[in-house]
Design a protein around this ligand. Structure first.
Ligand code: ATP
Ligand code: GLN
Length: 143
């Protein structure tokens, strides 16, 4: 049975200060995921409408979302969340908890090292750029 909790602190390779958690999810689960992330002090999230196929193949969503049975692609949402290394597992756990149905098509999460974060408005880089107003530093929500 798939676990709803991931293992803690694997030695990510390559090592990086920041990682992008890239999650391909069922569209109708995204509001739950994003509000849970917001509650834990995650303020920066990017979402895109994407289409794909995996084990779910061409079978369409039964609970909403656009159907793409002709070309075998299923509508999904890609969520991209850049966080510091010590927030990665909490974010992954939260996504799994809120997005999982246990059925084929729940999606997949990719973890990508990020070299730097640059805030366009100020030119800040690194930790200062990654830190968000209303984020962990402000809300003292544990990672
Ligand atoms: P500012 O303080 O200038 O508002 P900011 O760092 O809060 O800067 P925004 O300019 O508000 O960033 O963000 C623009 C867009 O960048 C957001 O709408 C979101 O799509 C994306 N984004 C920002 N931070 C992150 C992050 N940590 N992970 C993923 N996407 C992010
Ligand atoms: N790590 C940032 C903070 O605690 C939040 C990062 C994010 O919102 N993606 O402020």
């Amino acid at each position: 049975r798939a676990q709803t909790q991931t293992q803690t602190s694997p030695g990510y390779v390559p090592d990086s200060k920041f990682y992008k958690v890239e999650a391909i999810l069922r569209p109708w689960r995204v509001p739950q995921v994003s509000s849970a992330l917001l509650k834990m002090g995650i303020r920066g999230v990017t979402v895109s409408d994407v289409r794909g196929f995996g084990a779910q193949g061409g079978s369409t969503e039964r609970q909403g979302g656009s159907e793409f049975s002709e070309d075998k692609f299923v509508a999904k949402i890609k969520m991209e969340i850049v966080v510091s290394k010590d927030q990665v597992e909490a974010v992954i756990d939260k996504i799994i908890r809120e997005a999982r149905t246990g059925e084929i098509g729940d999606g997949k999460i990719f973890l990508v090292p990020v070299s730097d974060v640059i805030r366009v408005r100020t030119g800040e880089r690194g930790e200062q750029a990654e830190r968000m107003a209303g984020g962990r530093a402000d809300t003292s929500v544990p990672a």
